[in-house]
Design a protein around this ligand. Structure first.
Ligand code: ADP
Length: 224
């Protein structure tokens, strides 16, 4: 798609605090009176996410590796394509600001690590070509990558499970998989120019939500 609007993406491994930061960012934009369109992927409530739901629910196997990265990426990509066609493509083309919790970048984070490291770059190039060039999804103007050490992310995910009385999906319950996602994310961040936000202090403690939010807001403000 020709670049006309602006697209800002919040990315990170599971349990990095994306949803929390996304809500804080949306609230701040609303308070500032900036019009924007809000996207959250996958769109679980839409039929376009049927294969994502089957995959995460374990219909194709209970381990993420049971579905190869190329196949799994297509499940998520069609969900994005459907929402672009039906909901936000026009808004973006008209010059609007679109804010997204996850995007093509999530396939980079969650699927790349299924391959041996020597194949990562080839996969990432295929992914960008497929989603951006072939499907016509716009490339993000800014990707903010929330970097949370895996041990801390697992603690936060388990706490969320206890609080919500729900168990995580096949990605979220697999700690080795989450660690591999983080390694892959660092490769993608370097290749695709993501802005890294460390979610822990130099001593390794999780930073307060408001503190991380301020850093995000400063970066986003430059693009408004
Ligand atoms: P993600 O969307 O990346 O999976 P969430 O935003 O759902 O992550 O955060 C996971 C859990 O950690 C939630 O229970 C959330 O309330 C909590 N959380 C998120 N950010 C922080 C933070 N900076 N400090 C403490 N807890 C946090």
């Amino acid at each position: 798609m020709d670049k006309q609007g602006r697209l800002i993406v919040l990315e990170g491994t599971d349990g990095s605090g994306k949803s929390t930061q996304f809500q804080l960012l949306c609230r701040r934009l609303e308070a500032a009176g900036k019009p924007f369109h809000r996207l959250v992927f996958p769109q679980y409530q839409e039929p376009s996410s049927a294969l994502v739901r089957m995959y995460l629910g374990g219909a194709f196997g209970s381990h993420p590796e049971d579905v190869g990265p190329y196949a799994a990426s297509t499940f998520y990509a069609v969900d994005r394509y459907a929402s672009m066609k039906r909901v936000w493509g026009e808004i973006y083309r008209a010059g609007g600001l679109v804010l997204s919790d996850r995007y093509t970048t999530s396939n980079a984070v969650h699927q790349t690590g299924k391959l041996p490291p020597e194949e990562w770059e080839t996969f990432l190039r295929w992914l960008a070509d497929f989603e951006y060039d072939k499907l016509g999804l716009p490339r993000p103007d800014l990707v903010l990558y929330l970097d949370m050490p895996t041990e801390r992310a697992v603690e936060l995910l388990r706490r969320r499970e206890r609080e919500t009385h729900s168990k995580g999906d096949i990605h979220e319950v697999d700690e080795a998989y989450l660690a591999q996602c983080r390694r892959a994310a660092h490769t993608a961040a370097a290749l695709w120019g993501w802005v890294r936000i460390s979610c822990v202090t130099p001593e390794g403690q999780v930073r307060p939500e408001e503190d991380i939010h301020r850093e995000i807001w400063d970066l986003v403000s430059e693009h408004l």
